[in-house]
Design a protein around this ligand. Structure first.
Ligand code: NAD
Length: 366
């Protein structure tokens, strides 16, 4: 089976869906790997690195022409679809719930498509879960970005010229990104607080050294380990519980999401106006509408001396690691879906059933 790796064309994207090392693992299993020329350049991988591990470097057109499986990180776009044929099996993030046009267009081509972001969040799918692998890096990078934007350092420092008190970091949302943000900020010496609507996250936050801010009478339910949309009553009580910490914070990182919904609004403009001069908010949910009322995607907004940064590029900015992890997720997924180099198409099996969005031109999911 021939696997084709396409160079990402999405503006600002630096990642690539396969690393040279994972190429080697696929080649050892008997797959043929075709890589578009220059696909790994922005992740610090040379064409010769892929060649050294057994891949063939070819033009974009040649990848579409020869490969059966086409792999990307970002959704296939109009330009890609011009070259997609009936025999192709596409693998990328497709965000099918919010991109019905794209799914229809793939189906019209008669192709098949798996969506990496539709991976069920079950234990045996963990090593194929690209949302987790990428969000983990986003949580790390949010702290580093915050450190760069702040006018203070994180740790307590006792010097002959006086003592510097540690910075205070507040994290909203203790999921994959939030937990890594807590761990990173703690390692750098900050005093860290965190809050989440899911009660089970209290122990996880505390085990990493954060103080957990509980919201009084939290009776909000979660579903399959994921948050449901918070009631307006909860949102008000959350503000009351968190405001004191928010107004003292030097860095705030927001990561809160509810699957399939717009990101919950957790910090209003009025709250931002009460924050400390020089404080920084990094809104990792900006591409889902934002957790902060004033954040704008990939922009820095200054409100009364507080910098509000809405970013979607945290994993892209550490593209070497992000590509390595995405590639490992893809490798595990291909191993799961195939036997003797052929797709099993086992629709009774949960991971296949959830991720296969289009099969041979038939749309399976909306
Ligand atoms: P996510 O990105 O959907 O949300 C991030 C966090 O925001 C969640 O912890 C959520 O509870 C929180 N949140 C939502 N609304 C909120 C509100 N109004 N106020 C405060 N916080 C709010 O979630 P995620 O990080 O992708 O995953 C959540 C959990 O799922 C993880 O902690 C992990 O335990 C589990 N998970 C399991 C698997 C697997 O088993 N394959 C994979 C990934 C994640």
């Amino acid at each position: 089976m021939k696997i084709g790796i396409l160079k990402e064309t999405h503006k600002g994207e630096k990642r690539v869906s396969l690393s040279p090392f994972i190429t080697k693992q696929l080649v050892e299993k008997g797959f043929e790997v075709l890589v578009e020329k220059g696909a790994g350049t922005n992740s610090s991988y040379k064409d010769s690195d892929y060649e050294g591990y057994g891949a063939e470097i070819v033009s974009r057109e040649a990848v579409f022409e020869a490969a059966q499986v086409l792999i990307k990180i970002n959704p296939f776009d109009e330009q890609d679809l011009k070259l997609v044929h009936k025999r192709h099996i596409l693998m990328s993030q497709l965000f099918h719930k919010s991109s019905p046009e794209l799914i229809k267009a793939i189906a019209e081509k008669g192709a098949s498509a798996f969506s990496m972001d539709a991976m069920p969040r079950i234990s045996r799918a963990q090593d194929m879960d690209v949302l987790s692998s990428q969000n983990n890096l986003a949580g790390y990078k949010a702290v580093i970005l915050g450190a760069y934007e702040m006018t203070k350092i994180f740790p307590l420092m006792m010097t002959a010229a006086g003592t510097i008190t540690p910075s205070r970091v507040l994290i909203y949302g203790v999921g994959v990104a939030g937990l890594q943000a807590i761990a990173t900020a703690k390692r750098l010496g900050a005093v860290v607080e965190a809050t989440d609507i899911r009660l089970e996250t209290k122990e996880q936050a505390e085990s990493l050294g954060a103080k957990f801010i509980s919201v009084e009478n939290n009776t909000e339910e979660s579903e399959g380990g994921y948050a449901k949309e918070a009631s307006s009553d909860y949102a008000e009580r959350q503000k009351e519980a968190v405001n004191k910490s928010l107004f003292q914070a030097d860095l705030v990182i927001t990561t809160a999401n509810v699957p399939g919904k717009k990101a919950p609004l957790l910090i209003t403009e009025d709250q931002v106006r009460h924050m400390k001069n020089g404080a920084v908010i990094i809104d990792l949910a900006a591409n889902q509408g934002g957790n902060c009322e004033v954040s704008k995607l990939n922009e820095t907004i200054n409100v009364n001396g507080v910098k509000v940064i809405g970013t979607s590029v945290a994993p892209e900015s550490v593209s070497t690691n992000a590509s390595e992890l995405y590639a490992k997720n893809i490798y595990n997924f291909i191993m799961h879906l195939t036997e003797d180099l052929n797709f099993k198409w086992d629709l009774e099996e949960e991971i296949t059933n959830e991720t296969l969005i289009v099969q041979d031109g038939i749309q399976r999911k909306n």
